[in-house]
Write a protein that binds this ligand. Structure first.
Ligand SMILES: Nc1ncnc2c1ncn2[C@@H]1O[C@H](COP(=O)(O)OP(=O)(O)OP(=O)(O)O)[C@@H](O)[C@H]1O
Ligand SMILES: Nc1ncnc2c1ncn2[C@@H]1O[C@H](COP(=O)(O)OP(=O)(O)OP(=O)(O)O)[C@@H](O)[C@H]1O
Ligand SMILES: [Mg+2]
Ligand SMILES: [Mg+2]
Lengths: 197, 157, 157, 197
């Protein structure tokens, strides 16, 4: 199992159009100037995997994850017009185009989807790839998708047990946090081994 | 249960030793110790101390190392946990920030080796680490909006 | 008391604007805002928001910047406090760790300028910053014991 | 006012002999490999200025500040023999030489002294230089000195009001902490300005 593709829409500094990263096994380096959006890519992956802690997502509240390209101005329109291929699957195309026809105020603001290569069947789903997606609406509601089908969060959480090395997500090391792992006290270190077995 | 824990402990300890020795070309060593006071305490309730000895320095507990030394120790412990349960991927965000050139090179070597068994996605600003990658994504902002560009490394490594 | 606070606030705000504009060669701007809800709340109990706008990016609160951007914002605020009470010295320990080359150069410029008014002692691993120093101390360990060596910069800078 | 000289004896990775840094105004850069002792120099300065927080000094207890060059082995003897000039003032020379004659168990283990240039009389003491020193004994006791005279800690604290930019010591930024200053909330930021005026 590894991450094959990440698709980001409207998450933090990523505009409301689809930005796609096609990945491979091995060592993938992400580089670029300060403030370009590198950490936001890792945040987007954590978000799709169900991360809800505002501290881990580095925002004051979840609504701040919604792309906002000027102080307070939700430039919704300019982000959606045509730039870049809108790789969102058909099930959400209807969403993007149909804002006006959708009577409730709910508008899809953010979507991140992750496609895992599952040829080794590491994830207990019988398909060569497994796609987990999370959408957040501007009213704060979330929806999760597994291979295109709407599921509730607990279905994803069971899958994640395989994907995340430890319940405390030790395989995701955020910016500035690496030294903390060497500063664990003896009980914390033991608990980490206990969590895994 | 006791057996299960002690097997798991030995596996991680063995891996910690092997990773750290590889990173320091045999000049350093690291290991885990169970604080069971020489067998008098129950191993199911004792803590685990992480000892690290950098080349030509005395052995110290990981908590009293320097910033850069803690980074190397942390990655050693993290990767050693693979021996219990392999993680499908790692996401590392500028873990090399406080490393000098010697430790950056050590980190590059171990990450390069471990990435061959799975997937490591690493954000870094250092050319020396980017050069070790199989694939590079460049990220840049245009008017506050992030864009990404992929570079394939010529396979001729 | 109210007058005292509002004078102090204006001085720090003016200094924040001037430092950040200098650092970004006029392309960026930063400022402080009192959250007194347009005068309806008492200024003695309202908080202070720190707004930062990096070149060709929208203005954002300092809390929602990236890691490197936060470093530049933090140093701006810190040095701006000088306008209230000059600190006889600063001790900075690898504050440049998460900076790219453009922001490292910006930091070097402001630290160089401010050090002329007092004293800044800065630990860094980056040659670009060491090159800006008036005096350099090299530190190395021999058998786990720290030793120091001083280098004088040729005055011909 | 600026720091003119720092003398370190037996503090963390610095041996039990005197290590001296002669400083000047302007920009002083300290550089060197990981684990060489750079942060320990800044810790030594904070220690001499009265810092008692084990978290800030990056130890589990204050005794861990005492130089220890092998797991548990206090190599007291080897550090004291002759290497480097022992610049400690006469009043403590008696200490170093006289361990056996000093009947109580108290042995000086750590000493850090800082000499400030005070030609602008920024520190309210009428002398061109002001030296603050702190000794710690292996029984954990501390003694403070001001220009060579034994004083109690509160005398130093009053002087420090001048030397530290803010009571929360904002002019000392520890390794890995700089981003936190940009993450202060509005109340914290206001309180910092209030503290100074
Ligand atoms: N909701 C949002 N809408 C638009 N931009 C945002 C939003 N939230 C954060 N940003 C901006 O995204 C930018 C990129 O942040 P990110 O932390 O990913 O940068 P980075 O590439 O990791 O930089 P560094 O090297 O400094 O760590 C920042 O400038 C930040 O202000
Ligand atoms: N009481 C002590 N006795 C001897 N050595 C100690 C003591 N306490 C800490 N040390 C050691 O001092 C060394 C230097 O630590 P310091 O944090 O100053 O390094 P540094 O130069 O800042 O390195 P980095 O660049 O990694 O931050 C470490 O290897 C640490 O283990
Ligand atoms: Mg970042
Ligand atoms: Mg350090």
């Amino acid at each position: 199992v590894y991450i094959k593709r990440v698709e980001i829409y409207g998450f933090k500094s990523f505009a409301r159009r689809s930005t796609v990263l096609n990945l491979d096994r091995g060592l993938v380096c992400i580089t670029g100037p300060n403030g370009s959006g590198k950490s936001n890519i890792l945040d987007a992956i954590a978000f799709a995997l169900g991360e809800n802690s505002v501290r881990s997502l580095r925002v004051d509240r979840l609504q701040s994850l919604i792309h906002d390209n000027g102080r307070g101005a939700m430039d919704g329109r300019s982000g959606e017009e045509g730039e870049g291929e809108d790789g969102l699957s058909a099930e959400s195309k209807g969403d993007a185009g149909g804002d006006s026809s959708n009577s409730s105020r709910k508008r899809r603001a953010v979507k991140v989807s992750i496609t895992f290569d599952n040829s080794d069947r590491g994830i207990p789903v019988d398909s060569n790839t497994v796609t987990i997606a999370r959408e957040m609406y501007d009213n704060g509601e979330n929806q999760y998708y597994l291979n295109g089908k709407h599921v509730n969060k607990s279905t994803i959480t069971n899958l994640l047990d395989v994907v995340l090395a430890t319940p405390s997500k030790l395989n995701i090391v955020q910016q500035g946090m690496v030294m903390r792992i060497a500063e664990l006290n003896p009980e914390e270190r033991r608990r980490i081994i206990e969590e895994i077995i | 249960k006791r057996q299960l824990f002690s097997d798991a402990f030995s596996r991680v300890d063995r891996e910690v030793r092997s990773i750290f020795t590889t990173m320091t070309d045999g000049a350093g060593s690291a290991w885990l110790e169970i604080d069971d006071d020489g067998g008098r305490e129950d191993i199911l309730s004792s803590g685990i101390t992480f000892m690290v000895q950098f080349p030509s320095k005395p052995a110290r507990e990981s908590n009293s190392l320097s910033g850069g030394e803690k980074t190397i120790a942390a990655i050693t412990f993290l990767l050693a946990l693979q021996s219990l349960k392999p993680a499908p991927f790692y996401l590392f965000d500028e873990i090399d920030a406080h490393l000098d050139s010697v430790n950056t090179e050590r980190l590059g070597r171990i990450v390069r080796e471990r990435a061959d068994r799975g997937q490591i996605i690493m954000v870094t600003l250092k050319d020396a680490l980017v050069a070790a990658a199989d694939m590079i994504y460049g990220v840049y902002a245009r008017d506050g909006v992030s864009q990404v560009v992929r570079y394939r490394i010529p396979i001729a490594r």
